[in-house]
Design a protein around this ligand. Structure first.
Ligand code: ZN
Length: 70
C-alpha cells in the first residue's frame, strides 16, 4: 500500500514537471515563450498573456525566454 502511494506520488510529480504548456506575451510579434506567468519579462508585457502548447511555440520558432535559461 505504501509503495503504491509512493508510485502515484512519483507519477504525478513527473507529470507536473513536464512543461507541455507555455506562456507568451500576446503582442503578435514575440519570439519568446515563458514557462511561468511569474517570469519578470512576462510581467512587463502590457498585452494579454496567452497560454499555448510548447509544441506550438517551437513550431512558431519561439525560443525560451532569457530569464529562464536552464
Ligand atoms: Zn520568461
Amino acid at each position: 500500500m505504501k509503495l503504491l502511494l509512493l508510485f502515484l506520488f512519483l507519477l504525478s510529480n513527473t507529470k507536473c514537471e513536464e512543461p507541455s504548456d507555455v506562456y507568451i506575451c500576446n503582442n503578435g510579434k514575440t519570439k519568446k515563450y515563458h514557462l511561468s506567468t511569474n517570469c519578470r519579462a512576462l510581467r512587463n508585457c502590457s498585452y494579454k498573456t496567452l497560454k499555448i502548447t510548447l509544441e506550438k511555440a517551437k513550431k512558431d520558432g519561439k525560443t525560451l525566454c532569457g530569464w529562464e535559461k536552464q
